[in-house]
Every structure is written in C-alpha cells, then in structure tokens.
Design a protein around this ligand. Structure first.
Ligand code: SF4
Ligand code: SF4
Length: 380
C-alpha cells in the first residue's frame, strides 16, 4: 500500500484567515539538511510508493532555492519509491521561477478560495482573493494544474448557492472542507460548521452536482460515491490513516499527520534519528492513533457505513478533547446523512429499473436529471 508523507516547511503564513487553526507566527523554515535527513530516513523505511505533499502554514515561504534543491534530492534519492508530489498553498508567494520548478516535477497544486471576492475576503482577510488569483494566473501560465478547496463556515454556508455558482461559472473544480473549531482564540466554535448543517450542505451539493454534471466536478461528492460504490474509503478521512500517513515539521519532528504539526505531545520521532516503523510505534501518539482505530471498531460496529467511513478523521475526534478518546469524529452526523442519501437513491434506482434491463445501462428516463448511478459509474 502506498504511503503519504506531508512535509511542512514552516507553520508561518502571510495570510490571517479568521478560522485558521494551523499557522504560527515566527515558525522556523525547514532547512535542506532536514530534507537530506528525510531521504536517509525513508531509504529503508518501507518499499511502497510514496507521495510527498508540501503543506503549511504556507509552504512557498521556504522559497525557490529550497524547492530547487529539495525536489531533486527527494525524487532521485528515493527513486525506488517512485515519489509523487503535491503542494497546498494560497499562491501568494508563487513567482514565475517557482512555478517553473514545480512544473518540472508536474506538481498538482491545491489552493483555497471560499467563494466570490467579498465573501472570501470577509473570511480570509482583505486582499486575499486578488493575491491568490494573481498566483493562480502565474500557475496557469506555467502549465500547473490548480484545484481550489473552499472552507464552508457557519457564516458562508448561508451563501451556498452563490459559492456553488461561483465555482460553476468560473469553470473551477469544487472541493470543500468544513471549518473546524479553532483550538486557538477566545471563541473556538464561532466559525465551525455544525455537523448537521454540513450533512445538509453535502446533500444540497449532490443535487446541484446532478443538475450540472457535465459542467462541474464536485470532488467530495465523487469521493463519497466512490466509497459507497466500492465499499472502501476513498480519501484519508474514510480509511485508517494511521501508519500510512506521516508529517514532518520544520525541524524534522515526525507526526501522524500535518494537522498535528507543532503539538509536542503528538511527536512520534525525528527524521534525524531515522526511526523505523517499530520505533515510531513506541510513541504515545502512535498508540493513541491505534487506540482510536480499536475504539471505532467497537463504537461504529453496528453502523452500516463502517467499512468505508472508519469513524472519520482521528484528529477531529482526539484533539478537541485534549488527547482523550471520548468519541468518534464529530462529523459522524454529516457522514451518516450523506451516506444514507447516496445508498437510498442508488437502491431506489436499482429497484425502479425496468425488468430485464440492467441498472448499469443508461436508460431513457422521463426526468432529464441524471440519477446517482450515473455519477457512481463515472467515479468507480
Ligand atoms: S488525521 Fe485526519 S486529516 Fe490527517 S490523515 Fe488522518 S484522516 Fe486525514
Ligand atoms: S458514519 Fe458515524 S457511526 Fe458510522 S462509521 Fe462513520 S463515524 Fe462511525
């Protein structure tokens, strides 16, 4: 099974989004020496394919020189693992020089925009939209593929139609993320998207997607349909990520995922020590992640969706309760709502299909809107 290493060159970020939970002022920048140690660490770590995602904070703060050296070091030093790369950035610091380096390695870019300028800047700060769009242009001019993630908050969910239309009209692929309670600040729940609202939003987007299937791609809905169709999780939230995902912080500490970077209690080891799996497995963070897996096996045992949900994201479940496993991912309500909706619609379509006709064949239907099966067959 392939594995995933998230490299967090810094937790610093030049923007100041209202609901951010992961940036840290004055965070150091990863040195090239740390990348060299990553190569040594992974040389004999395991034999599967690896994907490196540069994440932050804002990873482009590391600058062109960093990527000019880091990319060949990783790709040549670990060629036996066939490394693939990805990068998550707000694009503000993208220069033509940096874009050319990233294009050389064919790196897909994930960026963030919350909808039309006014709405986006209200959540992410004045001037954010224009700076990101400027970087987007540089990325496109250099042949890079950019996909945007939109964070739905308790506020922006009220404008879901405007947000959907913004993505549709601009020919952008839609991927969404629910705002989580921030672990910093005085009012942590202010922007967080309530799980039930999140479930309603997913069902709304499913309908909008079916109406506009030939014009837009809604990645979350694709992933959710794929889960149901294949009976297996299709993104990290819906698989047992523990043991297959790691993150390396600016100074070489190893964590279970980028979301934990900067929290000393979740450090599993350091790349400078070149730990093997058995060494990482001795850490408290590793044990906690595996306790969560066992907890899910017990708590979600009766749930019809357990095979392709796996209790959701352990970070969402563990971190807000200060490292105590008191429950599954609080977004469970949303997952149940959307999985039920997809299953019910698929069953209805199968049940209603005329006798003798395979439900897997496209059939003439009175209602012009495509059904869920056409979406499921597309993403299978
Ligand atoms: S902790 Fe959550 S975000 Fe991180 S890899 Fe696991 S499921 Fe994904
Ligand atoms: S939907 Fe909820 S109960 Fe079911 S597996 Fe997912 S987290 Fe567990």
């Amino acid at each position: 099974m392939d594995f995933h290493v998230m490299l967090v060159p810094t937790l610093g970020c030049p923007s100041n989004c209202s609901y951010c939970w992961s940036s840290e002022e004055g965070s150091p920048i990863m040195s090239i020496e740390t990348i060299e140690e990553v190569v040594k660490w992974l040389k004999n770590f395991r034999d599967d394919g690896v994907t490196f995602t540069f994440h932050g904070g804002e990873p482009l703060l590391a600058g062109a020189e960093f990527y000019k050296k880091a990319l060949p070091l990783l790709s040549e030093g670990l060629s036996h693992l066939k490394p693939a790369f990805a990068l998550q950035t707000n694009l503000w610091k993208l220069t033509p020089e940096l874009a050319r380096i990233l294009a050389e390695y064919d790196i897909p870019i994930g960026s963030s925009i919350d909808g039309p300028r006014e709405l986006n800047d209200l959540q992410r700060g004045e001037g954010y939209f224009d700076k990101t769009m400027q970087g987007y242009k540089i990325a496109r001019d250099n042949g890079l593929t950019v996909r945007f993630i939109t964070t739905f908050t308790s506020y922006s969910v009220e404008f879901k139609e405007d947000i959907f239309n913004f993505f549709l009209e601009n020919g952008l692929t839609l991927k969404l993320h629910p705002a989580l309670p921030s672990l910093r600040g005085e009012n942590p729940g202010k922007w967080a998207l309530d799980p039930e609202k999140y479930g309603e939003l997913l069902i709304y987007l499913l309908d909008k997607y079916l109406e506009n299937m030939d014009k837009i791609e809604v990645m979350n809905i694709d992933h959710l349909c794929k889960c149901v169709f294949t009976g297996l999780g299709s993104v990290c939230t819906f698989v047992d990520c523990m043991g297959n995902t790691f993150a390396v912080g600016p100074e070489g500490s190893i964590y279970p995922c980028y979301r934990f970077v900067g929290m000393p209690e979740y450090v599993m080891g350091n790349v400078y020590d070149h730990p093997g799996i058995e060494d990482l497995a001795k850490s408290d963070a590793w044990k906690l992640m595996h306790e969560f897996k066992e907890y899910v096996d017990r708590e979600c045992k009766e749930c019809p969706y357990i095979k392709y949900c796996r209790g959701g994201c352990p970070y969402n479940a563990i971190v807000p309760t200060e490292g105590k496993i008191n429950g599954i991912d609080p977004h469970c309500t949303a997952y149940k709502m959307i999985f039920k909706e997809i299953n019910d619609r698929a069953n209805k379509e199968l049940f209603d299909s005329p006798m003798g006709m395979s439900p897997f064949q496209p059939q003439p239907v009175k209602d012009a809107r495509p059904g869920i099966m056409s979406l499921m067959l597309r993403v299978k």
